[in-house]
Design a protein around this ligand. Structure first.
Ligand code: 5GP
Length: 203
């Protein structure tokens, strides 16, 4: 039996603006929850444990994996990132829609485990804009920015495997598009489940 809520995978290269898009989406929907990932990377200025991420050590992360407590995980820029399973499943069971803001390896793992998850890839308008956004953000050194840009190029190739791609040129339009995708997909799923349930109950 499928869970009551839906799982939404939101990916996009570093600098695509997916964090800001997500914030707006969460403001618009009370039934949507954001999964908080675990990571071994150090907190950036202003980031809080339990709000932005669970900041844990490599040993703790390895333990999470060995206990099978993450839905997916990956290594990105020499750090581990993963989605803790428990909270996501609890929300889904309560009928909440859960967004995973994760990179492409994680997105692929989720689609394999939960084929009904909706995957959305946010693209920057161009690679030039992506570089400018990363520099303007001033959160990473130029070395790390270059590394993230190289990863971005590879990640964008993976966008072909996503259910939807949305360009983040105008923030409001991008959020609008994503919200309509989610509501369309939810209606499709609801209709499918209703038809199946009706047939099963009609003995
Ligand atoms: P950042 O270090 O900029 O916060 O995140 C780096 C990348 O890791 C981003 O693309 C972000 O979406 C991704 N990420 C964050 N949490 C997770 C996670 O739990 N799993 C995976 N696979 N990727 C994640």
């Amino acid at each position: 039996m499928p869970s009551k809520g839906i799982l939404i995978v939101l990916s996009g290269p570093s600098g695509s603006g997916k964090g800001t898009v997500l914030k707006k989406m969460l403001e618009k929907s009370i039934d949507m929850k954001l999964s908080i990932s675990a990571t071994t990377r150090s907190p950036r200025v202003g980031e809080k444990h339990g709000e932005d991420y669970y900041f844990i050590s490599k040993a703790e992360f390895i333990q999470l994996i060995s206990k099978n407590e993450v839905l997916e995980h990956t290594e990105y820029c020499e750090n581990y990132y993963g989605t803790p399973t428990k909270q996501v499943n609890e929300w889904l069971e309560k009928g909440k829609d859960v967004v995973l803001e994760i990179e492409v390896n994680g997105g692929t793992q989720i689609k394999k485990k939960s084929p009904s998850a909706i995957s959305i890839f946010i693209l920057p308008p161009s690679l030039k804009v992506l570089r400018e956004r990363l520099i303007a953000r001033k959160t990473e050194s130029i070395d790390i920015i270059e590394k993230r840009l190289q990863i971005a190029l590879k990640e964008i190739q993976e966008a072909y495997n996503y259910d939807y791609v949305v360009v983040n040129d105008s923030l409001d339009e991008c959020v609008e598009k994503i919200c309509s995708i989610i509501s369309l997909e939810k209606n499709k799923l609801k209709e499918k489940f209703n038809i199946i349930r009706e047939v099963l109950e009609n003995v």
